[in-house]
Design a protein. Structure first.
Length: 209
């Protein structure tokens, strides 16, 4: 019997998690964008997608991408997974889930700084995604647009009753939560006929003689 010992190694093979991570990233971006574009209202049904698809699915993909040695994918999925976890928690705080004390101390500009930082990060990741495939690059472009919109909305929130700006109107001044609601365009609804942008339609008015 020889004194040499034999060593055996076991290799655990896992599947590529990119499909799961990209699916979660694309779905939560689509759902959140629909709310920011005004297609849907409220955040109650956005929070579950942010937590499960936006956060948990991407964090799972992050862990397995690290095992694959894919630094780019692991960094992207990990960063965005933690991002959506933080965003969902911020939304829950604003909705008063964790108590009225935390909700009363909310400053949207703090969240805007985070959105701005992630926008810069996402632009760099988009440049890196140009060397991958078109699907990933397209998703990153949509994420850039979403993060930019989130940052703008955090710094310049639209007050209740504020009418969205429309092409052809004067460039709007952002609505402020601390002042009376400002209108983003001059469209008015009244019984008198009016043109498209609220100017009189040309009817004659009576004058005192």
């Amino acid at each position: 019997m020889s004194g040499s010992s034999q060593h055996s190694s076991v290799r655990i093979v896992v599947a590529d998690p990119s499909a799961l991570g990209l699916f979660g990233l694309a779905m939560v971006t689509l759902v959140a964008s629909s709310q920011k574009l005004g297609l849907t209202t409220g955040l109650s049904f956005v929070v579950p997608w942010a937590l499960f698809l936006g956060s948990m699915a991407q964090l799972m993909a992050c862990v397995y991408d690290f095992k694959h040695g894919n630094t780019f994918g692991a960094t992207a999925f990990g960063a965005y997974g933690l991002f959506w976890a933080g965003v969902a928690a911020s939304w829950l705080i604003r909705m008063g889930v964790f108590g009225p004390e935390l909700a009363a101390e909310v400053d949207p500009r703090e969240l805007g700084v985070a959105f701005l930082g992630y926008t810069i990060f996402s632009v760099y990741m988009t440049i890196g995604a140009m060397e991958t495939h078109k699907v990933l690059f397209s998703i990153f472009v949509l994420i850039d647009v979403l993060l930019g919109a989130l940052a703008y909305n955090a710094f310049y929130p639209r007050a209740p009753g504020c009418t969205p700006w429309r092409p052809g109107a004067n460039w709007p001044s952002p609505c402020s939560l601390s002042t009376a609601p400002l209108r983003r365009c001059s469209i008015t609804t009244s019984a008198a006929p009016s043109s498209r942008w609220g100017a009189p339609s040309g009817g004659s008015s009576e004058s005192n003689s």
